[in-house]
Design a protein. Structure first.
Lengths: 119, 110
């Protein structure tokens, strides 16, 4: 249980285009999902917290107009990198908080990540 | 600001030895603690979580929690080369976002 998928796993795009990344909880409902970014040999950096049915909460320094987050259902959150530039190239990872009412509800389960390369 | 401190390493241990990974946290109200393993180029995967003081064992892994001293550790017995990875400590202070440490890189030498 508590499986999280991400799609696509890898994407290469031209500068100026927008890229959408999907994060799905496959076998449980996730009211809260998180989006992280990780640069090579660096630690995870939380970008935003995505809550189903409400606006995402962005961390300081993260542009909400550039990184659009939508959490329209209990199993799907999307991150759209708008007008991507080479400096946005990174490893984007989502996670979902475990099922409510379970002991795992405070545990984060990570998706496999999406590697974005902007040319 | 809530902090989670880890030594970035690398920590090198010979195959078969015990690897000891340590983590301290600043928020005394933290309630749940997690260890994740992250292989290079991959996303983190949960190894263990611990809520109560003391030890929790799962196979070759033992998590140890001492809330009074605000530290949590992970012991890996009979270390294998496949254990070589970065180990992330994560702390949750309630129904809040989890704070991650920078991770300790473990190298198990054959």
């Amino acid at each position: 249980g508590a499986v999280v998928s991400q799609h696509p796993s890898r994407v290469i795009c031209k500068s100026g285009t927008s890229v959408k990344i999907e994060c799905r909880s496959l076998d449980f409902q996730a009211t809260t999902m998180f989006w992280y970014r990780q640069f090579p040999k660096k630690s995870l950096m939380l970008m935003a917290t995505s809550n189903e049915g409400s606006k995402a909460t962005y961390e300081q320094g993260v542009e909400k107009d550039k990184f659009l987050i939508n959490h329209a259902s209990l199993t799907l959150s999307t991150l759209t990198v708008t007008s991507a530039h080479p400096e946005d190239s990174s490893f984007y990872i989502c996670s979902a908080r475990g099922p409510s009412g379970s002991q795992q509800r405070e545990t984060q389960y990570f998706g496999p990540g999406t590697r974005l390369l902007v040319l | 600001q809530k902090e989670v401190e880890q030594n970035s390493g690398p920590l090198s241990v010979p195959e078969g030895a015990i690897a000891s990974l340590n983590c301290t946290y600043s928020d005394r109200g933290s309630q749940s603690f997690f260890w994740y393993r992250q292989y290079s180029g991959k996303s983190p995967e949960l190894i263990m979580f611990i809520y109560s003081n003391g030890d929790k064992e799962d196979g070759r892994f033992t998590a140890q929690l001492n809330k009074a001293s605000q530290y949590v550790s992970l012991l890996i017995r009979d270390s294998q080369p496949s254990d070589s990875a970065t180990y992330l400590c994560a702390v949750n202070g309630g129904y809040q976002k989890v704070t991650f440490g920078i991770g300790t890189k473990l190298q198990v030498i054959p």
